[in-house]
Design a protein around this ligand. Structure first.
Ligand SMILES: NC(=O)c1ccc[n+]([C@@H]2O[C@H](COP(=O)([O-])OP(=O)(O)OC[C@H]3O[C@@H](n4cnc5c(N)ncnc54)[C@H](O)[C@@H]3O)[C@@H](O)[C@H]2O)c1
Length: 443
């Protein structure tokens, strides 16, 4: 185990910068303010609600995570955003249709105070959207420099001690890393040459890393997950993580699949379909944006079930994912799963899941936790990919050469053990052999 780093205190204000100020981002901003005003509880957030067991079960030590480690207080958070659509937080939250009017209206003044900065946006990468609030520049390198300037100005104007950035922008088209993504020199040269392999989200990621600002990608597109930026993040000690917030159907999948596998039950087929009617759904109606999402959703089962190790159980698994844009449903998505499983002597059974979910309600606490944990990592000198935050992602970014861990229970243990390690406590193994009669109650 590497040496435990010193964790610096969370002094001063933390700026949370959100490229993309739509449904998810406004729900985070409104939810944090609602918690600050005592209007609503931050349900779903580990940093705000979860305890952490320390030592033996008999020690009875289980403080809240936020009391165990120095996390930024909600009162010390300020928000910034970029979006090609100029709507302020109030207008954007109304448009998103996630929160009810009584919540939005109660926080109108605050929500209106968050106004998106002009975005680096290119319709080529998100075809179903357009907006006037955009920067123009000679080339992509110049645009990235403008983002760096925005970051510095935001920090000074809002008197922030530290910043983090979480991409909440639309899903961009599917791109694979090429030569331009291998080294920082190649990447910068490609930006100057307006290389089409460089999408706007990469410019935000680059700007963040160069400014020493931790970066997480909440969408499935290529953004900071390639060698040039990963190496730079390690070099500069900047924590990064991604990608694609684990909400809705994939959350259910990574809860159910490890359980079925733990019981050594076979799975012949898993058919997943969604209907959703928000702006994200409209963007995903473009086949190239959908392909990015599909890749992210499909890889999950393969890694959890390990068909190469269990060919009899998962060797012929048929996995299909569909997303259907259906405007009447708005942000309240419906995800159906049909799972064909196989038990003793090969007898077949079926499981049906119909999840009437609210995607942004599930995503918002993830954004808050990622921001606070990335800030913690940064104050602990942990640069590069933060694999311990895989818990929050559909396609966890890994240290090069390692396969991603998708099982939510392993991810959860990993996250909590990392926190124990940071706090100078022993990781929990759950072995249980060190309990004796003297530990029994009343002894
Ligand atoms: N809602 C969820 O639960 C969930 C789960 C996983 C991933 N995601 C991803 O998170 C992202 C946000 O989801 P949402 O529901 O808020 O979508 P949304 O469409 O409501 O908001 C996205 C916003 O990003 C803006 N945008 C697009 N390109 C931009 C750019 N280059 N710079 C700045 N802003 C830009 C759009 O104008 C839009 O306002 C999507 O990529 C989505 O796939 C969401």
């Amino acid at each position: 185990m590497s040496e435990r780093p010193e964790v610096k205190p969370a002094e001063g204000r933390l700026g949370i910068l959100l490229p993309g100020f739509g449904a998810v981002a406004t729900t985070v901003v409104a939810g944090v303010e609602a918690a600050r005003q005592g209007i609503a509880k931050p349900i779903g957030s580990l940093t705000q609600m979860n305890t952490i067991r320390l030592g033996k079960r008999t020690d009875n030590r289980a403080p809240l995570i936020k009391d165990f480690l120095p996390l930024t207080e909600l009162e010390d958070i300020v928000f910034g955003a970029w979006d090609p659509i100029p709507d302020d937080g109030y207008e954007s939250a109304r448009e998103a249709g996630v929160l009810e009017r009584h919540h939005i209206d109660a926080m109108e003044t605050f929500l209106r105070s968050v106004k998106p900065m002009p975005a680096v946006f290119d319709k080529e990468y998100v075809r179903r959207l357009d907006g006037p609030n955009v920067k123009s520049g000679e080339n992509k390198y110049e645009l990235a420099q403008m983002l760096r300037e925005d970051i510095r100005n935001f920090k000074a104007e809002n008197d922030c001690a530290r910043l983090v950035m979480v991409w909440c922008g639309s899903t961009e088209i599917f791109l694979r890393p090429g030569d331009a993504h291998q080294t920082l020199e190649a990447f910068e040269a490609a930006m100057k040459a307006n290389d089409e392999g460089i999408a706007p989200s990469m410019l935000y990621a680059y700007a963040a890393i160069m400014e020493g600002v931790p970066y997480a990608n909440g969408a499935p597109n290529l953004s900071a997950d390639f060698p040039a930026l990963e190496k730079e993040a390690v070099k500069r000690g900047v924590p990064i993580g991604g990608k694609d917030f684990k909400t809705g159907q994939t959350l259910m999948k990574t809860i159910l699949a490890p359980g079925l596998k733990a019981r050594m039950l076979g799975i012949d087929g898993w058919f997943s379909t969604n209907i959703l009617g928000n702006r994200d759904g409209a963007v995903l109606d473009d086949p190239d944006s959908f392909k990015t999402k599909e890749e992210s959703k499909l890889s999950v089962l393969e890694h959890i079930l390990q068909p190469e190790m269990y060919p009899d159980l998962y060797g012929n698994l048929y996995h299909k994912v569909r997303i259907n844009y259906y405007p009447p449903r708005g942000d309240n998505k419906e995800g159906w799963d049909n799972i064909d499983i196989r038990g003793w002597m090969g007898y077949t059974m079926q499981i049906k899941v119909d999840f009437l979910c609210r995607d942004s309600i599930l995503a918002a606490p993830i954004v808050l936790d990622l921001a606070l944990f990335l800030d913690l990592a940064s104050r602990s000198g942990m640069g590069g990919v933060q694999e311990w935050l895989s818990f929050y992602f559909k396609s966890p970014q890994t240290i090069p050469g390692l396969y991603p861990e998708h099982d939510i229970f392993i991810q959860h243990r990993k996250l909590k053990n990392t926190l124990r390690w940071l706090g100078g406590e022993e990781p929990l193994t759950h072995l249980g052999q060190d309990y004796g009669p003297e530990d029994a109650e009343g002894e």
